[in-house]
Design a protein around this ligand. Structure first.
Ligand code: PLP
Length: 337
């Protein structure tokens, strides 16, 4: 699926653990060489928070800004690199706005400078082609539940079993115990979950090409219909360089939470901002990073298409959504300027 050798894969309990291992594992092994990490402002909390922990403990972290589509700037990345840089961690595709980052270019720059490159591919894995060789990726995180596999199992790809050109480890474990998973991740191996992950990957790989084409058609049908038929709606994320299944729109003068509740009454499930942080009422850090005002970020809705979403379900959604937005705007205390 990612053009990796099986010896370079270790299994973790989740995408979150794989992200933590990539960041903290590289820091623990390389802190004598330098104390600088480059990442972006739109990372998932599973990358953002371990970087913040190291920043608290004296590391310098460059939080690269993104443009209005959520793309990092390659020149700014290159400018941020210093003698102290030990890790670049940029996500493959964003979980909220679906934007796909220029991973191949990032990998090329990282390798030119001899810096380890990690990408959080939890959202991209199984949805878009990934080639760890062609894209110069050293470390990659993925998670089974995003491709209909079991919850509680993820993986970390480590180029050359975690060894550099001199045969030395460039990443350390972050847990210590038995010698499982090439002494990189102790604990009894979760065979049933790994088998489920493998089967889901196999099915996903068989269907990815046709399925992503089908999802792109449905995605664009939804986006175009909303932008045309609902006033004051703004697409968040890149119009084409985005995940096949992701739609993220801000509706002015409404609250995202009310959209979620109203659509739920019609049997339609969407989320505000990021479902990963649905317990927080703060506006999404991703939407603020692409330049949305706080009130517009709060009126955002993320809808995702799945393998089992049909065209008639999309039509039903497109019939109900304008009615919901219209009703909420009539009730809304948020005034048009
Ligand atoms: N990274 C991204 C981009 C995600 O979207 C998610 C989960 O939604 C994660 C990491 C965390 O993965 P997991 O739920 O397997 O810990």
């Amino acid at each position: 699926m990612i053009n990796a050798k099986s010896r370079d894969i270790i299994f973790t309990s989740s995408g979150t653990e794989a992200d933590n291992m990539a960041i903290t594992g590289v820091v623990l092994k390389n802190m004598n060489r330098g104390k600088h990490i480059i990442t972006s402002r739109i990372e998932h909390h599973a990358v953002e928070n371990p970087c913040k922990i190291w920043e608290r403990d004296g590391f310098k972290v460059t939080w690269l800004p993104v443009d209005k589509y959520g793309l990092i700037n390659i020149n700014e990345l290159e400018k941020a690199i210093s003698e102290e840089t030990i890790l670049i961690s940029i996500m493959f595709a964003n979980n909220e706005i679906g934007t796909i980052e220029p991973i191949k270019q990032i990998g090329a720059i990282a390798h030119e400078h001899g810096i380890i490159f990690h990408t959080d591919a939890v959202q991209a894995f199984g949805k878009v082609p990934i080639d760890v060789e062609g894209m110069n990726i050293d470390l990659l995180s993925a998670s089974a539940h995003k491709i209909y596999g079991p919850k509680g199992i993820g993986l970390l790809y480590m180029r050359n079993k975690g060894l550099n050109n001199y045969g030395e480890k460039y990443i350390s474990p972050i847990m210590w115990g038995g010698g499982h998973e090439k002494e990189m991740r102790p604990s009894t191996v979760a065979v049933p979950l790994i088998s489920g992950f493998a089967k889901a990957t196999e099915l996903c790989q068989e269907e990815m090409k046709g399925e992503s084409k089908r999802q792109i058609q449905l995605r664009d049908k939804i986006i175009n219909n909303i932008l045309k038929n609902i006033d004051d709606s703004i697409l968040n994320g890149h119009p084409t360089q985005r995940l096949p299944n992701n739609i993220n729109i801000s509706f002015k003068y409404v609250d995202g939470e009310s959209i979620v509740l109203d659509l739920d009454l019609d049997g339609i499930e969407v989320s505000t901002g990021s479902a990963c942080s649905s317990k927080s009422l703060d506006p999404s850090h991703v939407l603020l990073a692409i330049g949305l005002r706080k009130q517009d970020a709060q009126g955002s809705m993320r809808a995702t298409i799945g393998r089992f979403t049909t065209e008639s379900e999309v039509d039903y959604f497109l019939e109900k959504l304008p009615l919901v937005i219209d009703r909420l705007r009539k009730l809304s205390p948020l005034k048009r300027e």
